[in-house]
Design a protein around this ligand. Structure first.
Ligand code: AMP
Ligand code: ZN
Length: 516
């Protein structure tokens, strides 16, 4: 396929409608994603937000756009409450752990990056760290102050939201029409007003505080995203992403700051605001403040390959809630295993046909690392797709339609399975199609093998070799019709946390049980 030609459509939270997307600069898409507050491990819900932005950026690259992608790391300023009261989340975590904030930030940032790596998420062009931009934030707030959008209280410098005629547009309503916020800061003129600078209280010693025109203190959380997005992507860029919880307050406040800074109501920061919906479990939205939550390590320690979680994310549209459950994640793992086995079988067929043990040239040359830098994928994509004929191209066109239509990945994902099962295609054509689609889906299908998916839980009583030996013994007993012995082996495996799968068409013999 030359350039994938389906028009790109996105649901823009600003207009609450589907809009055609064209970048401001035709040569480059500028994308900003709200990053994590690094006071704890990222939970699976947080990671859904980054699988979404990674898929978005991969889709744009696949559609031949280079992407400048910025993600921030919040290591200061995010309070335990959205009402400008409570402790700074970082400060509170450091005090609890009796560590410095810097240690806490470093530790959880590294853990977050490891999670992204395990999910095959590319690094953005820039990781921007909030505490590296304090001077920029002060300068930004000074300009807003000079433009008359602020007032000063003992507790700090506040943004006066009544100065903007369309404050809260992104939330779908004006603030006085009922944003559920509580005015808990003494002296605030309006419930929605928010801190640009939080002045340290008399006698209070914070670990992180900076001198500013408004006294010793720390920036308000919303400031960092306005400042860093504008610094790296310009006053008006293309797409801003975040979880749907940010649509009501954080992003409304970012927009207010951007409009006040530029003096232009139209300069909301980004033309498109895209929000992913929540990952939920039976008890509701997964959240860090609930205390116990599921992380990617929880899955890995239970013997579930992290990319099974990526499959789960791809199986729901980003604007729908996604339910996490034991059944769902195990089904996603099975789906991944089937794909990996299917790709392995294709590779074998190709080798048999060519009589060569080595992989075809195009496959060896195909290298994720070379396109993980945000460059467009057209060169690699075209290399892979050039020999494809009508039948195969028709599948790619459907894939293009799905991914271009507000990133309909749940429609795109089954095309992998359809391709694997398509008898009209040659094995090499099938593999080429899968390589192209996986550039967006990011499941590392060309490199994962069956063995790497067979992970054992951290506290497993049986190692993989023992499992395989027992399964083999069980097959022998079944052939000998010694069902009592074969059932006993099945029970033993079950006690060790393993479900035996009989008659799996792809020859997958077992899967881990999992009880979170
Ligand atoms: P935080 O570290 O809390 O600032 O959140 C990082 C990202 O995760 C933000 O974009 C949040 O909106 C998003 N997020 C938080 N909880 C969930 C959830 N349960 N499901 C999906 N995204 C979430
Ligand atoms: Zn943000």
């Amino acid at each position: 396929m030359a350039k994938p030609s389906a028009p790109i459509l996105f649901f823009n939270s600003l207009s609450r409608t589907i809009e055609p997307f064209t970048p401001i600069d035709p040569e480059r898409v500028r994308l900003y994603s709200c990053g994590p507050t690094v006071y704890n491990f990222a939970h699976l819900g947080n990671l859904r937000a980054y699988v979404f932005t990674d898929s978005l950026r991969r889709m744009l690259n696949w559609k031949s756009y280079p992407v400048n992608h910025v993600i921030n790391i919040t290591d200061v300023g995010h309070l335990t409450s959205d009402t400008d009261t409570g402790d700074d989340k970082m400060e509170a975590a450091a005090n609890r752990a009796k560590k410095t904030i810097w240690d806490i930030a470093h530790f959880y940032t590294e853990a977050f990056w490891q999670d992204l790596k395990n999910l095959n998420i590319f690094n953005p062009t820039i990781w921007s760290i909030a505490t590296d931009h304090i001077e920029d934030m002060i300068a930004f707030a000074r300009k807003i102050e000079a433009a008359g959008f602020t007032y000063l209280l003992d507790s700090g410098l506040y943004f006066d939201t009544s100065r903007l005629k369309d404050y809260g547009l992104l939330a779908g309503h004006r603030e006085e029409e009922g944003v559920g916020r509580i005015d808990t800061v003494a002296g605030k003129k309006h419930p929605a007003d928010f801190a640009l600078w939080r002045r340290s209280a008399e006698g209070e010693k914070r670990q992180m505080e900076w001198i500013s025109p408004w006294g010793l203190g720390a920036p308000g959380w919303h400031l960092e995203c306005s400042v860093m997005s504008m610094k790296y992507l310009g006053e008006q860029f293309d797409i801003h992403t975040g979880g749907i919880d940010h649509r009501e307050i954080h992003h409304c406040n970012e927009i207010a700051q951007n409009q006040a800074f530029t003096g232009d109501d139209k300069k909301t920061g980004a033309n498109f605001w895209l929000h992913n919906n929540f990952l939920v479990d039976r008890s509701g939205k997964m959240s860090k403040s609930k205390g116990s939550f599921l992380t990617l390590s929880t899955l890995i320690e239970a013997g579930i390959h992290p990319l099974a979680y990526r499959v789960l994310c791809l199986s729901a549209h980003y604007r729908s809630e996604l339910e996490f459950s034991q059944d769902n994640i195990l089904a996603a793992l099975t789906r991944l295993k089937r794909l990996v086995i299917g790709v392995g079988q294709l590779k074998k067929k190709i080798q048999k046909k060519t009589g060569s043990e080595t992989e075809p040239d195009w496959l060896r040359a195909f290298d994720e690392r070379s396109y993980s830098k945000g460059a467009p994928l057209d060169y690699q994509r075209e290399l892979i797709e050039t020999p494809l004929k009508k039948e195969a191209l028709a599948i790619l066109e459907r894939f293009d339609q799905a991914v271009s239509n507000d990133l309909m990945l749940p429609q795109a994902l089954p095309l992998l399975e359809e391709t694997l099962g398509n008898k009209k295609l040659q094995p090499e054509e099938q593999l080429r199609l899968i390589a192209s689609m996986d550039m967006i889906l990011g499941l590392n299908l060309l490199h994962l093998d069956r063995a790497s998916l067979n992970m054992r839980p951290k506290n497993a009583s049986l190692l993989e070799n023992n499992v395989l030996a027992l399964l083999e013994e069980r097959q022998i007993k079944r052939k000998e019709k010694d069902f009592a012995a074969s059932d006993a082996i099945r029970d033993r495996l079950s006690e060790a946390g393993i479900d035996v799968l009989d008659g799996d068409p792809l020859g997958w013999e077992w899967r881990p049980q999992w009880n979170a």
